[in-house]
Design a protein around this ligand. Structure first.
Ligand SMILES: NC(=O)C1=CN([C@@H]2O[C@H](COP(=O)(O)OP(=O)(O)OC[C@H]3O[C@@H](n4cnc5c(N)ncnc54)[C@H](OP(=O)(O)O)[C@@H]3O)[C@@H](O)[C@H]2O)C=CC1
Ligand SMILES: O=C(O)C(=O)[C@@H](O)[C@H](O)C(=O)CO
Length: 277
């Protein structure tokens, strides 16, 4: 089982979780139940994903089977399209909490995108600080923030997010942003950690996987963990959820890491943070 990272607020964050973007609502309860049964302890959700009610059902089924609520981390994110004011952000939190349902709740809440053209993300961040001060959420973080966005919210509020969830995979390792995070005690949590499955086909990744008797996904997940970051690969298939978690016995060599470092192209599979309106 991959280790926990320690957040600067003192709480633990599982280094490996699973994500729910593009998990069909009709599959979400089963996927969440399968993920938790496989041993994952972090479920990455969001208002945008349109499956929080069903994810909540899956979590509750796992709790009914004996899993302790305190053993898992449930995340959600405020989408913020068209309105990132304090009130809109608080309403988004209420809606996600309600959708997840009684007995579930949110442990880590994030701003999904900074939407810098709106200029409202500091207001959204103040809303998250308020939620944490009120004890409604344990930890607060952001997603898709650049150094500039991070510096602004820290300057204006003095509160440093515990996590910045950003696109990262071997094509886009984000070394500079990771170094900035490290200086400020922020955990880098990689979204699309498998490059939305496209990086799995990279011949170098396939070669390294073959040499270790592992799968390409396991090699990339291990790379994330050996970088010291967190990752939230998505799969709707129980056998892949198990495969992606089964990386404890894999150790990439220094040569493997050099070969993977050479894959950096800067190519994104998603939107650049400055371009999301
Ligand atoms: N904060 C943000 O802005 C964003 C956050 N996210 C978060 O990150 C999570 C992961 O990102 P996502 O974009 O889904 O991309 P991933 O890099 O996790 O790739 C998911 C794809 O890889 C496939 N896959 C997963 N495991 C394997 C495997 N072992 N072998 C072969 N194929 C595999 C999946 O297919 P299948 O399901 O069929 O197995 C799916 O097509 C999201 O679910 C979400 O929680 C994602 C985007 C943006
Ligand atoms: O970045 C994109 O272009 C996407 O499709 C996704 O990242 C999506 O917008 C998202 O934020 C999922 O969490």
């Amino acid at each position: 089982m991959p280790e926990n990272l320690t957040l600067h607020d003192g709480h633990a964050l599982p280094a490996l979780g699973f994500g729910l973007y593009k998990v069909a609502p009709e599959d979400a309860a089963g996927v969440v139940e399968a993920g938790l049964a496989a041993g994952y302890r972090l479920v990455d959700g969001a208002e945008l994903y349109g499956n929080e009610t069903e994810a909540g059902h899956g979590i509750r089924r796992a709790l009914d089977s004996g899993l302790e609520r305190t053993a898992i981390t449930v995340t959600s994110k405020a989408w913020g399209e068209g309105d990132q004011s304090r009130d809109a952000t608080l309403r988004a939190f209420d809606a996600s909490e309600h959708a997840l349902g009684a007995g579930v709740g949110i442990d880590l809440y994030m701003i999904h995108w900074p939407r810098p053209a709106r200029g409202e993300y500091p207001q959204a961040w103040r809303a998250l600080v308020e939620l944490q001060q009120q004890g409604r959420v344990r930890s607060i973080g952001v997603s898709n923030f650049t150094e500039e966005h991070l510096a602004r919210i820290v300057d204006e509020t003095g509160v440093v997010p515990v996590v910045n969830q950003v696109e990262s995979h071997p094509w886009l390792p984000q070394h500079d942003l990771r170094a900035f995070h490290e200086r400020h005690g922020i955990v880098t949590q990689a979204w699309s950690p498998l490059g939305r499955s496209r990086v799995l086909e990279d011949p170098e990744v396939v070669r390294i996987a073959r040499e270790h008797g592992a799968s390409p996904a396991q090699v990339i997940i291990r790379w994330h963990l050996q970088l010291g970051g967190a990752a939230i690969p998505k799969s709707s298939r129980p056998e892949r959820l198990r495969e992606n978690l089964d990386v404890d016995d894999l150790e990439l060599t220094a040569d493997d890491l050099v070969a993977i470092a050479a894959l950096e192209t800067g190519e994104r599979t998603g939107t650049h943070p400055d371009d999301r309106q």
